[in-house]
Design a binder for this molecule. Structure first.
Ligand code: AMP
Length: 175
């Protein structure tokens, strides 16, 4: 069975969560199924096997789960991109626009160097605002952004267009 079939079988749509009008893609059944988890992590890691990536960046919070597994699979390290005030040491941050208001993400200031080659991992590419902001954090650090990996891409929101020329790898697309 293809990984797309596994995801279609296990990912639950939760209407109106966390607010009316959003159909939330619940990936927790994928985490709960050992065979599916292995299949999804193997497929997420595959495009980076020969890309010379030195660091995975996981986006809070489900990006931590998949990012850690991909980093383990590749035998490289993981750095965390977190909501404000969560990282204990000196940070670099970025503020970005949401539909209503703004959000802010942070990374440890010493997480990336000019030698780092980075792949950004998260569960869902929706509008692309979060991933775009994290990409800017990578570029500001002087590191090389190799690309992005997602479990699901919500094509109808057009997030990919915000990620420029970078490689964007997704396991399954939703209309
Ligand atoms: P965006 O910045 O719009 O691409 O949103 C990306 C972030 O929001 C990711 O970290 C996702 O985990 C989360 N997200 C956005 N839309 C959904 C959705 N429909 N279902 C689950 N997670 C979502």
């Amino acid at each position: 069975m293809a990984v797309q079939d596994t995801l279609a079988r296990l990912i639950h749509d939760v209407p109106d969560f966390p607010k009316p009008g959003i159909v939330f893609k619940d990936i927790t059944p994928v985490l709960a199924d050992g065979d599916a988890l292995r299949e999804v992590v193997d497929a997420l890691a595959e495009p980076w096997q020969r890309a010379g990536v030195t660091c995975i960046l996981g986006i809070e919070s489900r990006g931590f789960i998949f990012g850690a597994a991909v980093a383990y699979s590749l035998g490289i390290g993981l750095e965390l991109v977190r909501k404000p005030g969560k990282l204990p040491r000196r940070t670099n941050g970025i503020t970005y626009d949401l539909e209503y208001g703004t959000d802010h993400l942070e990374i440890h200031a010493d997480a990336l160097t000019a030698d780092s080659r980075v792949a950004i991992i998260d569960d869902v590419l929706a509008t692309g605002g979060t991933a775009e902001a994290v990409g800017k954090l990578v570029e500001r650090s002087g590191a090389t952004l190799c690309g992005y990996g997602f479990v699901l891409e919500l094509d109808f929101l057009g997030g990919r267009k915000r990620l420029g020329e970078s490689m964007v790898h997704t396991l399954a697309h939703i209309g």
